[in-house]
Design a protein around this ligand. Structure first.
Ligand code: FMN
Length: 344
């Protein structure tokens, strides 16, 4: 069973299912599993402890091509709070250019959390673009940000609504409304729908709303192959959709599981408020935030930042990636056929 869309054709993948990037954590094993299962695996922008994000990205790319011959992608968070983002946009395209196997397989560059221009402004990326099939998508969590991405010349948009896990825009518009807004304004732009997807019915809805694929984060955390700690994974199946709250993260509003850490980091409401807060940050404060991510990754789900989306309410088991993808595609197909049967 396959569902062919503009996105599956663009990347030469079997299924319209993409792994959402989940930095600062490692997702290279998950990326291999998703690509091997016919979706598109994605490497995250790693930023744990003293890890050098550029070197980690290179190592992760080498790992992926050693373990699969299928296409994959990578994420760079181009936020002003990411000191290495420009370096990544400079070094990683150069590294891909110099490695034929990586160049053949690495077809998807997704940037997020900052400017859509940082990657295309890199001469090394331009050179890579001329010499490979790589496509650049940027995360659009609001219509005005989608407009900026299109103006920057992206190949496509990852339209991510407020129900998703991790960082969000200040607007918090739902994926349902945002997809329609973007489709109305940019009907020809390739779209990956993100935020709140975990089932075949969700994929069917996204395709009906003009997207060519869905990207999933929380669903893949709760997979056998993901690198997340078992304690973190085990939060997901019993959780209900209402078991997340908005708090303040490194880049702005963030959706978290409501533990002590989340409750202590009251939600921020505007960029001005966030900038004022950043101005008071010292090195210790930044180190404490990085540590909160590390704690969660190490399995300390009480003191760490446990990023999850509302989709945890529709995930009831930890399964293998290929079973997850097969079920979603089969259910989406049944759902779409049923919907078509309504047309008389
Ligand atoms: C643990 C975690 C880490 C995340 N880190 C990133 C990141 O580094 N870059 C990014 O663009 N999005 C990041 N996100 C957001 C996801 O890419 C995606 O938008 C979100 O998971 C979608 O919602 P879902 O969890 O309902 O699938 C993260 C999400 C989670 C759950």
């Amino acid at each position: 069973m396959t569902i062919e869309t503009n996105i599956t054709k663009m990347f030469g993948i079997k299924h319209p299912i993409i792994a959402a990037p989940m930095g600062p954590f490692y997702t290279h094993k998950l990326a291999v599993a998703v690509s091997e299962a016919g979706g598109l695996g994605v490497l995250s922008h790693v930023g744990l402890s003293d890890a050098d994000p550029v070197e980690e990205m290179k190592k992760n790319m080498e790992y992926v091509v050693e373990h699969t011959d299928k296409p994959f992608g990578f994420n760079i968070r181009t936020s002003r709070m990411e000191p290495n983002s420009e370096m990544l946009c400079w070094e990683i395209p150069k590294f891909i250019m110099a490695n034929q196997k990586i160049r053949d397989q690495c077809l998807y560059a997704i940037t997020s959390a900052g400017s859509a221009k940082t990657l295309p402004n890199s001469p090394n990326y331009q050179k890579l673009k001329e010499n490979s099939d790589i496509k650049h998508f940027h995360v659009a969590p609001a219509l005005w940000l989608a407009e900026k991405c299109v103006a920057a010349g992206v190949d496509g948009l990852v339209v991510t609504g407020g129900e998703g896990g991790g960082h969000q825009s200040y607007e918090g518009v739902s994926t349902l409304v945002l997809l329609q807004q973007v489709h109305q304004k940019f009907p020809e732009t390739p779209v990956i729908a993100c935020g709140g997807f975990a089932t075949g019915e969700g994929l069917a809805a996204a395709l009906s709303l003009g997207a060519g694929a869905v990207a999933m984060g929380s669903r893949f955390i709760a997979s056998k192959e993901s690198e997340f700690h078992d304690t973190y994974k085990n939060v997901v199946p019993p959780a209900k959709a209402q078991d997340t709250i908005m708090a303040t993260g490194v880049f702005g509003p963030i959706r978290l599981w409501p533990n002590e850490y989340a409750l202590e980091h009251k939600p921020i409401t505007s960029k001005a408020e966030k900038m004022a807060q950043e101005a008071t940050f010292d090195v210790d404060e930044i180190a404490k935030t990085i540590r909160a991510y590390e704690l969660a990754y190490e399995g300390n789900i009480n003191d760490g930042a446990v990023l999850l989306g509302q989709s945890i309410g529709i995930i009831d088991s930890i399964e293998g990636v290929s079973e997850i993808i097969e079920k979603i595609v089969n259910d989406a197909s049944a759902s779409l056929k049923k919907a078509v049967s309504f047309i008389k």
